[in-house]
Every structure is written in structure tokens, then in C-alpha cells.
Ligand binder design. Structure first.
Ligand SMILES: *[C@@H]1O[C@H](CO)[C@@H](O)[C@H](O)[C@H]1NC(C)=O
Ligand SMILES: *[C@@H]1O[C@H](CO)[C@@H](O)[C@H](O)[C@H]1NC(C)=O
Ligand SMILES: *[C@@H]1O[C@H](CO)[C@@H](O)[C@H](O)[C@H]1NC(C)=O
Ligand SMILES: *[C@@H]1O[C@H](CO)[C@@H](O)[C@H](O)[C@H]1NC(C)=O
Ligand SMILES: *[C@@H]1O[C@H](CO)[C@@H](O)[C@H](O)[C@H]1NC(C)=O
Ligand SMILES: *[C@@H]1O[C@H](CO)[C@@H](O)[C@H](O)[C@H]1NC(C)=O
Ligand SMILES: *[C@@H]1O[C@H](CO)[C@@H](O)[C@H](O)[C@H]1NC(C)=O
Length: 640
């Protein structure tokens, strides 16, 4: 059974394979009746066959198409039907005719038929009857015997228009919070502010809309979209409508798995205070009861589920109901097939994203910087001359395209994900026109031995040592180089003071250093002072005075994180009397130098000690073994 998790929620009404056709011609479906939930993705699994030769002539498939309508006796390809724009996918390669429809709508309910046409005389085949798809929504039905009384006893059932064989187990949510499992109905007392939603276990993402049990102004949150996929670097708007029965005291958007740092991790944190989103998040309410979260400068690490909540003095909207899933992807052009012809190549390209089954996706293709106005699917086949380049983008996000590619006979390398952080799993895929029969070998620059063979090179948990240039070889062709950059947050900075002997009035450098990728920026703070003292690795204090003593922090930050170390700068104050005495003594010493040399010697030694009254110790927070020793001295306390 081939339903992937991405396929969303599907009931198979008939799960036996259905083989149609006779002799060597035919189509096989895994199921001929499928029920799926609105908003989810369905894969209609299909394979087809035909005689490889007829009378010695090789059979070539010329056309494959899925259709639900027939116009003037001709079937209409669903790929050209505007109702399905950006939502259908199939390629018909290698006898596989599986049709994927994303973001299902109730109007997609229809009988889907597959047809293929070959070069042989009369060599065409149409599946009869085809696959019946029903798209349903789950709905909570309320039965309240005593509608006027509050609170009221009510019986609720979870209803769908598909009647599946095996009763699925349901999950119930009251005011956004999971309350019950495994029962197809619930009965209990309800308050006028209560709302209820139900879902099928394992497919919580496709829960029913929340319905008011008793009163139309109950507490509710309804997300506009279940999933959104956008390009890295661009911006996204995620919105919901909400209603509160009581006066709202606070409301915000959050990521369920991210608690506030250093605080209670089970509590949800307003994204506007989350350091990962600093300066990138806005929340606006253009109309009452409709909240929009806007995230700009999107990173792949922003891929997550986002939820909205509101609080009143008595109540908080629950966080068990699924919100909107955002996928941030870096597009890449993958060369699927290249055929070398006389003066040009014919290449089949695919705009690769990690969107999976998210929503509707419209692509645009650019050849030598010119937009192709007819090509809107994720694949694109065209002729290319040497030097021609091509890239793809999502429609409406043309400013955030994939890198451009020169379609050629060389194998291409796909790096996934494109944003690599230490510790994550990374896959490099090598593909070429002879894929998958080709023999692949992986190399890393400056390593004499090949890394491995096979089209995939996988890092389970990538480390900074894996940073470098990689390339692959397929048959006799080498791919272009790809640079795998591994990012990591700054490690604990080491701090030091120079010179080690400090004289009042002189210039002193506080130095901080830490390893990070990308290179970190440095900020110096002094204890109890809001604004930073300086930025940069070296903080120079010219004309150092006693008032400069205190605790300094060096904060190191890059996009992956931050770290800080503490430095104690201790300056002992010499009292004005002693300073005066010192000066006087110096004068006396000068005039009486010869006479009093011997008797003053002990005093001079004592005074010299006093001219270096400044003393510093450094103490990075949480010194570890890997920190240089001089950055971590024991805290000495030398008082003059
Ligand atoms: C092969 O196909 C060609 C053209 O389609 C036809 O003229 C020829 O007769 C076929 N050969 C045989 C052996 O049927
Ligand atoms: C998001 O909403 C803002 C304000 O309504 C609008 O200016 C912007 O174009 C929207 N962005 C996207 C990506 O839809
Ligand atoms: C657009 O793409 C199609 C292939 O899908 C190709 O035949 C056509 O020449 C392209 N048009 C332009 C203007 O490049
Ligand atoms: C590979 O070695 C050459 C010469 O030894 C050096 O210049 C180059 O920077 C190295 N490249 C990498 C990626 O380490
Ligand atoms: C402080 O750093 C600056 C800049 O690197 C350098 O020119 C100067 O000599 C340093 N001073 C001391 C006292 O180390
Ligand atoms: C330091 O780097 C972080 C992350 O890249 C950035 O948000 C911050 O604005 C930078 N600070 C300075 C002072 O450049
Ligand atoms: C330094 O880091 C600690 C936690 O490691 C944090 O509590 C403290 O606020 C940080 N100090 C500054 C000045 O950023």
C-alpha cells in the first residue's frame, strides 16, 4: 500500500487491486473508490501496460492523460483544467500513472479516467470506468434536546459523507483542547461559550471546523489555510478568524513546540518575543476578528506549525487543534533527463521544492532571464543551446528564484536542505540522464579517495568538519562543484585583557574571540548599563580610570545563536592622600637621591608596587576544558 503520510487522510473503499484490460493492454488501480478529506492530498495509484513491440515495431507512448470531462468527444486533460491549476501532478513515466491531487475541494468529487496513446495503429487505451473520488468534510452535528437552558446537555456526532468500512477512531476538541478519544459521539453539558471540533485519529491536521454548540458567539479560531509553502527569503501571511465570548485580554501567534527560553517550556511564547523571529514578525488585524501573522525574510528553520490563541480573564483558547503548517523551501532546478542532439540538448527539468503536498503551487520558468508564459507546472522540457541557463520560482514570488542551471550532459547535484546547520541530517543526490541505471561515485575536494558509490550521499548528523566542496561522477561525467557550508552558533567566547599590567591613564584592550559560522558579531556590555559599550572583537579603553572597573560581558552572535562571557575588570582605588604622598615622595627622592638612597630604598620598593594598582581577572561564564587556560584564571583577589 503506497499512501505516504503526505497523502493526508484517505479511506479506501475497495482496497483490492483492480486490473482492467486484456491481452497486453491495460491499467491497474489500487482502488477504484476513494474517499478523502477536503484540504488533504490524494494519490490515485495507477500503473499501465502495453505490448513492447507489435510486428517488430517498438511501441512508444505518445500521450498520457487523466480526465474527468469530455469536450467535443475529446477528453480534457486535468492539467489544463483551470479548476485544478497548481493542484494536479502525474508524469506517466515508466508505466506509472499515479495521479496526485493536492488541496482537495468538494468539487473534485468525480470519476477519474486514464488514457494513453501509443505510436501503434489503434494503439490507445482508456480505463473504463475509472476511479471514483469523493471529497468530504468532517462536520460536528449537534443534537440538543433542551435548547433554551444553559448549560445544556447535548449529544454531538462526527459526520462525514463517506461511509467507510472500518469505523475510524475519532478525537474531540472542546475550545481548542483535546477532551476525548475513540468515541464517534460525545454527550455532556455545554456552556454557551463552548465550541467543538472532531478529527480522525492519525489525521488531526484535517479536523472539522469548530462549531458553536449552543450560542453563535462562542469561542472559536478558524485558520484560513491548513498548509502554505513559500520560498526561502520571501514573506508569508498566515491568517485566522477568531471570536471570543468574553472580552479578550491578550492574543498572539505561537509555535506549539517552542516554549519561552529559560522559562516554562510548556507555556507557549508570543512569536514577537522569540529571538529567532526578532524584527521579522508582525501581527495585524485589518478587520475585527481576523488576525494575520506576517513573517518576513523566511528561513528554512521557520518551517513549522503556527497557531493563534487568545485569553480572557476566565479562559484561554486551547493549543491541541492543528493550526497552519508553513513550509519554507529553497527551490532547485533538477535535471531529470538530457538528450544530446546535433547542436543543442533537449532537457527535462524539475523545479524541486520540499513542499510535499502543501496547498496549490504555481511555478514559473525563466530561460536566459526571460519568463516562459506558457509553462506553469513543476516540470519543464525545452531545447537548450550551450550557454543557455534556466531557473524556476513560485508564481508571485519571482524575486526568490532557484539558482540558475546550465542544462548539460553533466550530472546535477541536489542538496537537501539547502540551509545546513550542525547536527541535522543532509542528503546529496546525484542525478543524470541515464538515471537510475548509471553508476555514481561521490568525491570531496582535496580527498584523494572517493567517499562512496551510489546516487545518494547521506550525512546522518552533519558536523563542521564536513564543510567543503563535493561533486559526483556518473559514468564519465563529473558534476559541477557544490559547496556544503555547515553553520553553527558561536562557541563560548574566550576573553582577555592586554596589557596584563595596567597603569592608570593608559590604554587597555579587552579582547573577545569565538568560533562561529557564519562569522559572529561581537558586542560589549557593562554590568548595569543598558546600551552596549562597543562592538567588535576588541574594546579599547583609552585613559583607563578607576571608574572603568566592573563586570563586562562580551556577547557573540550570529544567525544560529549567541553566547556570552564575563570579564571582571578590578581597579583598586588609590586614595588622594596616598597619591599626593607618592608625588611628594618622588620629589623628595629626586632632591635627596644621593643622601637618602639607602634609607629610602624600602619605601621606593613599596611605592613602585603602588604604581600598578590596577588589576584584572577574567572569568568567562561556565569555563570548560577546551577554553584556553589564560582566559579562565582562578578568581584572585589582590588588594593593595
Ligand atoms: C511498422 O510501422 C510502420 C509505420 O507505422 C508500418 O509501415 C510497418 O508496416 C510496420 N511494420 C510491421 C512489421 O507491421
Ligand atoms: C500580506 O499582507 C500585507 C498587508 O495586507 C500585504 O501588503 C502583503 O502583500 C501580503 N503579503 C503576501 C505575501 O501575501
Ligand atoms: C515555453 O516552454 C515550452 C515548453 O513547455 C516551449 O515549447 C516554448 O518554446 C517556451 N517558450 C518560450 C518563449 O521560451
Ligand atoms: C585544496 O587544496 C588546495 C591546495 O592544497 C588549496 O588551495 C585549497 O584551498 C583546498 N581546498 C579546500 C576546499 O580545502
Ligand atoms: C589594542 O588593539 C589595537 C588594535 O588592534 C592595537 O593597535 C593596540 O596596540 C592594542 N593595545 C594594547 C595595549 O594591546
Ligand atoms: C549581529 O548579528 C545578528 C544576527 O546575524 C543580527 O541580528 C544583529 O543585528 C547583529 N548586530 C550587530 C550590532 O551588527
Ligand atoms: C549571558 O548569558 C546568560 C545565560 O548564558 C544570560 O542569562 C545573560 O542574560 C547573558 N548576559 C548578557 C549581558 O547577555
Amino acid at each position: 500500500m503506497g499512501f505516504t503520510a503526505a497523502a493526508g487522510f484517505v479511506f479506501l473503499l475497495l482496497s483490492l487491486s483492480v486490473v482492467q484490460g486484456q491481452n497486453d493492454w491495460g491499467v491497474t488501480f489500487t482502488s477504484t473508490r476513494i474517499c478523502a478529506v477536503e484540504g488533504s492530498t490524494v494519490d490515485i495509484h495507477c500503473s499501465y501496460r502495453y505490448p513492447s513491440r507489435i510486428n517488430g515495431n517498438v511501441t512508444v507512448v505518445e500521450e498520457v492523460l487523466w480526465f474527468i470531462k469530455v469536450k467535443e468527444n475529446l477528453p480534457v486533460d486535468v492539467r489544463t483544467d483551470s479548476e485544478f491549476a497548481g493542484r494536479v501532478q502525474y508524469d506517466g513515466d515508466k508505466n506509472d500513472c499515479t495521479l496526485r491531487i493536492t488541496d482537495l475541494k468538494p468539487s473534485d468529487s468525480a470519476v477519474y479516467s486514464f488514457r494513453f496513446i501509443t505510436n501503434q495503429p489503434g494503439g490507445r487505451y482508456t480505463s473504463e470506468p475509472g476511479v471514483t473520488l469523493s471529497v468530504t468534510v468532517f462536520q460536528v452535528q449537534v443534537n440538543k434536546p433542551y435548547p433554551k437552558a444553559y448549560p445544556t446537555w447535548a449529544v454531538l456526532t462526527c459526520h462525514s459523507s463517506c461511509q467507510p468500512f472500518n469505523n475510524p477512531s475519532y478525537i474531540w476538541y472542546k475550545n481548542g483542547l483535546k477532551i476525548q478519544e475513540d468515541t464517534s459521539f460525545i454527550e455532556q453539558y455545554f456552556d454557551e461559550a463552548d465550541s467543538i471540533s472532531c478529527a480522525v485519529k492519525g489525521h488531526e491536521k484535517f479536523s472539522s471546523p469548530s462549531v458553536c454548540v449552543l450560542h453563535e458567539t462562542c469561542n472559536r479560531v478558524i485558520y484560513t489555510e491548513r498548509s502554505v509553502c513559500v520560498s526561502k527569503g520571501s514573506s508569508v501571511n498566515i491568517s485566522c478568524t477568531y471570536n471570543s465570548y468574553y472580552k479578550v485580554t491578550s492574543k498572539f501567534w505561537f509555535r506549539p513546540e517552542r516554549g519561552p527560553q529559560w522559562k516554562n517550556p510548556s507555556q507557549s511564547e508570543d512569536l514577537r518575543t522569540d529571538s529567532q523571529y526578532t524584527g521579522r514578525v508582525q501581527v495585524f488585524e485589518t478587520e475585527r476578528g481576523r488576525s494575520t501573522l506576517r513573517i518576513t525574510d523566511l528561513r528554512e528553520t521557520d518551517s513549522a506549525q503556527y497557531q493563534f490563541t487568545f485569553r480572557t480573564s476566565y479562559f484561554e483558547w486551547g493549543s491541541s487543534l492543528h493550526g497552519t503548517t508553513l513550509t519554507v523551501t529553497a527551490l532547485q532546478v533538477q535535471v531529470i533527463r538530457v538528450t544530446l542532439l546535433q547542436s543543442y540538448t533537449e532537457a527535462e527539468l524539475k523545479c524541486h521544492s520540499s513542499c510535499g503536498s502543501a496547498g496549490r503551487l504555481h511555478y514559473v520558468w525563466f530561460k536566459n532571464g526571460q519568463k516562459n508564459k506558457t509553462q506553469q507546472t513543476s516540470t519543464y522540457t525545452d531545447h537548450f543551446y550551450p550557454g543557455d541557463n534556466v531557473y524556476c520560482a513560485f508564481r508571485g514570488h519571482e524575486d526568490y528564484p532557484s539558482p540558475s542551471v546550465y542544462p548539460s550532459i553533466r550530472p546535477s547535484v541536489l542538496v537537501s536542505p539547502s540551509e545546513i546547520v550542525e547536527g541535522i541530517s543532509v542528503t546529496l543526490t546525484c542525478s543524470s540522464d541515464t538515471n537510475p541505471a548509471a553508476k555514481y561515485t561521490w568525491y570531496k575536494r582535496n580527498q584523494s579517495l572517493p567517499l562512496s558509490s551510489g546516487d545518494i550521499y547521506h550525512f546522518t548528523s552533519i558536523s563542521s568538519e564536513d564543510r567543503g566542496i563535493y561533486y559526483c561522477k556518473s559514468e564519465d561525467h563529473y558534476s559541477v562543484d557544490v559547496f556544503v557550508d555547515v553553520q553553527y552558533p558561536p562557541n563560548l567566547p574566550s576573553v582577555s585583557v592586554s596589557p596584563s599590567e595596567i597603569v592608570e591613564g593608559s590604554s587597555v584592550n579587552l579582547t573577545c574571540s569565538s568560533d562561529a559560522n557564519p562569522a559572529a558579531n561581537y558586542t560589549w556590555y557593562k554590568e548595569n548599563e543598558e546600551s552596549p559599550k562597543a562592538s567588535g572583537q576588541i574594546f579599547t579603553i583609552t585613559d583607563i580610570r578607576a571608574e572603568h572597573s566592573g563586570i563586562y560581558y562580551c556577547e557573540v552572535q550570529n544567525i544560529r545563536g549567541r553566547h556570552n562571557s564575563t570579564l571582571h575588570l578590578t581597579l583598586s582605588t588609590v586614595s588622594p592622600f596616598l597619591r599626593n604622598l607618592t608625588t611628594k615622595m618622588n620629589r623628595i627622592r629626586l632632591s635627596l637621591v644621593v643622601l637618602m638612597l639607602i634609607s629610602l630604598l624600602p619605601l621606593t620598593l613599596w611605592l613602585r608596587k603602588k604604581t600598578t594598582p590596577l588589576h584584572s581577572t577574567t572569568e568567562p561564564t561556565g569555563c570548560k576544558d577546551n577554553i584556553e587556560l589564560d582566559a579562565c584564571p582562578a578568581h584572585e583577589d589582590v588588594s593593595p
